[in-house]
Design a protein around this ligand. Structure first.
Ligand SMILES: NC(=O)c1ccc[n+]([C@@H]2O[C@H](COP(=O)([O-])OP(=O)(O)OC[C@H]3O[C@@H](n4cnc5c(N)ncnc54)[C@H](O)[C@@H]3O)[C@@H](O)[C@H]2O)c1
Length: 251
């Protein structure tokens, strides 16, 4: 029987490329994002159909929405074998004394509460199955600071914390939990961060110069690593952090 994967943030740059890779493996895909039309467009682009995919509109920061996408996945496909807990937002840019407190709540609700809720509802399903693999999307910002981005940086450090904790909870059952840590990747998110910086061209050049490979990564390059971690090829890999950053962290 075909295995089933849930991807949150599936209409975004990285989520869509992961969906493409998992579709090549003929997995059933439950694609979750804020807007159903956006997810349906991905389903159409990837040539998926009703029998091997499901679009679910959900705000990952809302408990009832998360419970719903998990319930719908189990109802339709009977199992959750892989879970890419990937949805995230960058939030506003600004130094800690300039940002509103609301900026922290905004980013935390999606990037931390959303990740916790996903795990809270998916893990019981995997425990019952006694199998599964989970991949949380952190960021290089989970390992280092970035001026003007404290809420995002804090949230991505938190994703590493929950990855390690839950990986240890589930390792005895053979259920794996890892994190992928992209560097600067060519998606809407980086375009928005560049825009928020006030000087998009200079900001992009600065990022490229800070990357040993001298360029942004492509979402396909992140999806390739995610695809590996969400496969049996990674059968002894858990509680691990995988940077995909053109060498930035290794300097
Ligand atoms: N692009 C980068 O350079 C980069 C670097 C490091 C980490 N990341 C992380 O990768 C993940 C994917 O980002 P991306 O680059 O594909 O960005 P993106 O903006 O293209 O995709 C993010 C997706 O998440 C969805 N989303 C946002 N809030 C949501 C919510 N409350 N509920 C459900 N869905 C929601 C968006 O609608 C969007 O489709 C994020 O967690 C991001 O923080 C990205």
């Amino acid at each position: 029987m075909a295995k089933t994967a849930i991807i949150t943030g599936a209409a975004g740059g990285i989520g869509k490329e992961l969906a493409r890779r998992l579709a090549e493996r003929k997995l059933n895909l439950v694609l979750v994002d804020l807007k159903e039309e956006a997810v349906k467009a991905v389903i159409e682009e990837l040539g998926l159909n009703d029998s091997n995919s499901l679009a679910v509109a959900a705000d990952v920061s809302k408990e009832e929405d998360v419970k719903n996408y998990v319930d719908k996945a189990v109802e339709k496909f009977g199992s959750i074998d892989y879970f890419a807990n990937n949805a995230g937002i960058e939030g506003p840019l600004g130094n800690v004394d300039d940002l509103s407190v609301n900026a922290l709540d905004l980013v935390y609700n999606v990037n931390v509460r959303g990740v916790f809720l996903g795990l809270h509802y998916v893990v019981p399903v995997m425990k019952k199955q006694q199998s599964g693999a989970i991949l949380n999307t952190s960021s290089l910002a989970g390992l280092m600071g970035a001026p003007g981005m404290s809420p995002y940086v804090m949230s991505k450090h938190a994703v590493i914390g929950i990855t390690r904790s839950v990986a240890n909870e589930l390792a005895p059952l053979g259920i794996r939990v890892n994190a992928v840590l992209p560097g600067t990747i060519n998606t809407r998110m980086m375009r928005q961060i560049e825009k928020n910086s006030g000087n998009p061209e200079d900001y992009k050049k600065l990022n490229e110069a800070a990357t040993p490979m001298g360029r942004y990564g492509e979402p396909q390059e992140v999806a390739a690593v995610m695809n590996f971690l969400l496969s049996d090829e990674a059968s002894f890999v858990t509680a691990s952090l995988y940077t995909v950053d053109g060498g930035m962290m290794g300097q």
